[in-house]
Design a protein. Structure first.
Length: 262
């Protein structure tokens, strides 16, 4: 029992060093996050990586294993992502390289779902890909519309029958955000949070909150979500980690160009 506790303590220390300590500054974008581990050591991971001086990558991942094995897989994913993301603006290509990097060292039965978004502040574009993860949600307050963005891809680390199958299957997509749009990348700990009656927070409740609070800043939205989830769960113990990254478009490509030309 003492050895197990020591192992969990080491894993927790590893995990805490992996998570970002501050938000990146990117012209015209407002970024915030919500992270809460379910147990002493969680299986969720998120990160911000510098692609170039005008571009950042945002990763949100869910590791199938917790504890020490999960912490080591997170370390591998973080190392791979940070080494492969530099200068590459195709999210599917980055995730294919990450998979190549880690698949041979992953314990059988373990895998990682990961959503990766590349924000290019110069071109005002978001390129994104999903390795079997929850879809990204885009809310457009100007039209009061909410969209699920879910390009295809296998989870990272699975031993597929053909080593090229992961690369051939994963697809990236690109969108331009309108002013005031908000995008949310999250793990299923958000929608699967339970109250004392074992009812789930659920997709509908989450979408309703997004529609009602999507005009707020990223930080304000995260604060509202935290409060809503705390009220709903009534202090019940978490069954799963909760991770969410919110990105708010604060301007438009036209305004940026005008300011640069002025």
């Amino acid at each position: 029992q003492e050895r197990l506790q020591q192992e969990m303590h080491i894993a927790k220390q590893i995990q805490q060093t992996l998570l970002p300590k501050e938000f990146p500054e990117l012209e015209g974008y407002d970024i915030s996050s919500y992270y809460a581990a379910a147990k002493e050591v969680g299986g969720d991971y998120f990160d911000f990586v510098e692609v170039d001086s005008d571009t950042i990558g945002i990763a949100v991942a869910d590791v199938s294993g917790k504890g020490v094995p999960g912490a080591f897989v997170m370390t591998m994913i973080r190392t791979a992502l940070r080494s492969e993301a530099r200068g590459v603006k195709d999210a599917a290509e980055v995730l294919a390289k990450v998979n190549d990097f880690v698949v041979g060292d992953m314990k059988r039965g373990m895998f990682v779902t990961l959503f990766y978004v590349i924000i290019d502040s110069k071109r005002r574009r978001l390129n994104f890909a999903s390795a079997g993860h929850n879809p990204m949600i885009l809310h457009r307050p100007s039209r009061n519309k909410t969209y699920y963005l879910n390009p295809r891809g296998f989870p990272i680390g699975i031993s597929l029958p053909d080593k090229n199958l992961f690369r051939e299957s994963i697809k990236s997509d690109t969108i331009a955000l309108a002013e005031d749009d908000i995008v949310l990348v999250y793990t299923d700990g958000v929608t699967e949070a339970m109250n004392r009656k074992r009812r789930l927070f659920g997709e509908e409740r989450f979408l309703k909150l997004i529609r009602e609070s999507g005009k707020k800043s990223a930080e304000e939205f995260v604060d509202i979500l935290k409060k809503e989830m705390n009220v709903f769960t009534e202090g019940s113990e978490q069954n799963d980690d909760i991770t969410l990254v919110a990105v708010k478009e604060r301007t438009s490509a036209e305004k940026i160009e005008f300011e640069r030309a002025a």
